[in-house]
Design a protein around this ligand. Structure first.
Ligand code: NDP
Length: 330
């Protein structure tokens, strides 16, 4: 088995030397255990935020889709696939009732109706449920309202924007390249796109939303968020999903300062962690599956080949190389 352990606590943007590839011999299976072989690994922004809590010389945290290749458990038979927070490793000895990590659980892959199993890490998994519950429960978008999504071409953002379209909203996506913008407007049905790297977000937003913004699904925080908040309508709703613009900062963090607009427009801002809806997990997966089957929800994956390349996949994702969900194929 191979695994990446955290070799040192990274400062700022992660470096390859922060991780070490280690080989290890796994113990034989005990009763009620099984051996899971990684097939796809997920690289997600939260991993960067979580790194300070990973102990040195322990496996880097992360979820994966794995195949059960040996088993002494009746509940987890050989040949089935599991989704589990096993970390950056190729093989894992898993007890029948574990592991659970920061709210993420291990379970047999649900029936994805013939769709690729890798989607359990994206549109039919945690990012998909983040978009669905975050947008619908916190923003409660209504037909005709204007919804802005930042981090719009990523796994969560591209999904949230499409749900807002399904709900009949005018959708404006903000992301970091024109190629991403083309995908959002030409294939996913976003109404407007703003490239925050080359355009003036404030001016472009004024043009795209002369009527003001009702809902904001925020994946990035920082200056973009301040700019959007300043153009929100009274009683606007903001789902604070992530704040990736500050994840690699050494601090002080570039956070949005609560300002007078928030008060005067009586905005509602709410942070959330998707595991809040663990009790409705399969409902979210089923809804997203149905939208895909109805042709209402599209997805893209950016796949990096090879377990050894997971660090590159991780930093590529942090730098915005990915369109849609970033994953690693072992
Ligand atoms: P993405 O697929 O969106 O990948 C990250 C993207 O962030 C990059 O592609 C890049 O796109 C963008 N980005 C990177 N740096 C910056 C920056 N400084 N400013 C603006 N954009 C930047 O990842 P996910 O869809 O998995 O996650 C999106 C967000 O959702 C993250 O903030 C994450 O933490 C959050 N999240 C929250 C959860 C929750 O429970 N609350 C659960 C899952 C995710 P670009 O080219 O546009 O810069």
């Amino acid at each position: 088995a191979k695994k990446f352990v955290l070799a040192r606590q990274c400062q700022g943007f992660p470096k390859e030397s922060d991780f070490e590839l280690v080989e290890e011999e796994l113990p034989p299976l005990k009763e009620n255990e099984y051996l899971a072989e990684a097939v796809y690994l997920s690289v997600d922004p939260y991993m960067r935020g979580y790194m300070p809590r990973v102990k040195l010389n322990t496996t880097m945290y992360g979820t994966q889709v794995a195949k059960i290749v040996e088993s002494r458990s009746l509940k987890f038979p050989v040949g089935q696939y599991v989704l589990g927070p096993f970390g950056w490793r190729t093989h894992t000895v898993v007890p029948e009732n574990g592991p659970t990590h920061i709210g993420m659980r291990t379970f047999l892959l649900p029936d994805l109706q013939g769709l690729p199993i890798s989607l359990a890490l994206g549109v039919l998994g945690m990012p998909g449920n983040t978009a669905l519950f975050g947008l619908l429960e916190l923003c409660q978008p209504k037909a005709g309202e204007t919804v802005v999504v930042s981090g719009a071409a990523g796994a969560v953002g591209s999904h949230a924007g499409q749900i807002a379209k399904i709900k009949g909203c005018i959708v404006i996506g903000i992301a970091g390249s024109d190629e991403k913008g083309k995908w959002l407007t030409e294939e996913l049905g976003f109404d407007y796109f703003i490239n925050y790297k080359t355009q003036n977000v404030e001016e472009e937003l004024r043009k795209a939303a002369p009527q003001g913004v009702d809902c904001y699904y925020d994946n990035v925080g920082g200056e973009i968020t301040t700019t959007v908040l300043n153009q929100m309508n009274a009683f606007g709703r903001v789902a604070l999903s992530g704040s990736i613009s500050s994840y690699n900062s050494i601090g002080p963090f570039k956070v949005t300062t609560p300002n007078l607009t928030i008060v005067l427009q009586q905005l509602k801002l709410e942070g959330f962690i998707v595991t809040r809806w663990n009790h409705r997990w399969m409902e979210g997966i089923q809804q997203n599956l149905q939208w895909i089957q109805q042709g209402k929800l599209k997805y893209r994956e950016t796949v990096t080949e090879g377990f050894e390349n997971i660090f590159k996949a991780f930093t590529d994702m942090l730098e915005g190389v990915n369109v849609g969900k970033a994953i690693v194929k072992v």
